[in-house]
Write a protein that binds this ligand. Structure first.
Ligand code: INI
Length: 179
């Protein structure tokens, strides 16, 4: 039996963080939590890029743009969508989640959803470091674990030519099977 599981080890890991400015008092705490986790687990400061966007709705495009640069092993998305503040909470939340998920699958990049979706600002505060942990810290843990898992699956089951990635590898395999 073969078991693959990820370690929380960040050395040599290039991390992109996208953080929404909307509800900045909360998202700043999420960012702090994420950075704390990354630095504690060995990610070098110069390997972390933080990108600010206006709101959660803008996160997926920024994530895609970072992902296709091929400069990042993993991307963490941080935001706070609060039901009480907007009648279109459901749309913003659903589109943000669906967009982040789609970009991750399309780009073969672990992209972590560290976006709070809460009913009240108090709940958002509690989950950004005050009472019930910090979702930013948790998102960074998930990022490190997923980076290691995906790397290990790649090492175990794919043969890469130098300079290729999972997507290029898949295209090569499709070309081979069409011949
Ligand atoms: N963006 C958020 O990140 N959180 C929110 O709670 C929120 N509310 O309440 O509306 C929000 N809206 C802005 C949205 O993300 C976009 O920035 C805006 O619609 C421009 O595209």
């Amino acid at each position: 039996m073969r078991i693959i599981s990820g370690q929380l080890q960040g050395e040599w890991t290039h991390v992109g963080i996208i953080v929404a400015r909307f509800n900045e008092t909360i998202t700043k705490n999420l960012l702090e939590g994420a950075l704390d986790c990354l630095l504690r687990h060995g990610v070098e400061e110069e390997h972390i890029t933080t990108v600010w966007v206006p709101g959660a709705f803008e996160i997926p495009l920024a994530a895609k743009t970072l992902a296709i640069s091929n400069q990042f092993d993993v991307i963490i998305c941080l935001g706070a969508i609060i039901r009480g503040q907007t009648p279109h909470f459901e749309y913003v939340a659903a589109q943000t989640a669906a967009g982040v998920s789609a970009v991750s699958l399309e780009s073969y990049t672990p992209i972590i959803f560290g976006v709070l979706t809460t009913d009240t600002i108090e709940q958002a505060m509690e989950r950004s470091g005050c009472k019930s942990g910090n979702k930013g810290f948790e998102a960074a843990m998930a990022a490190l674990e997923m980076n290691d898992v995906i790397t290990k699956i790649g090492d175990e089951f794919y043969e890469f030519e130098e300079g290729t990635d999972l997507e290029a590898n898949q295209e090569t395999e499709e070309d081979d099977s069409n011949q």
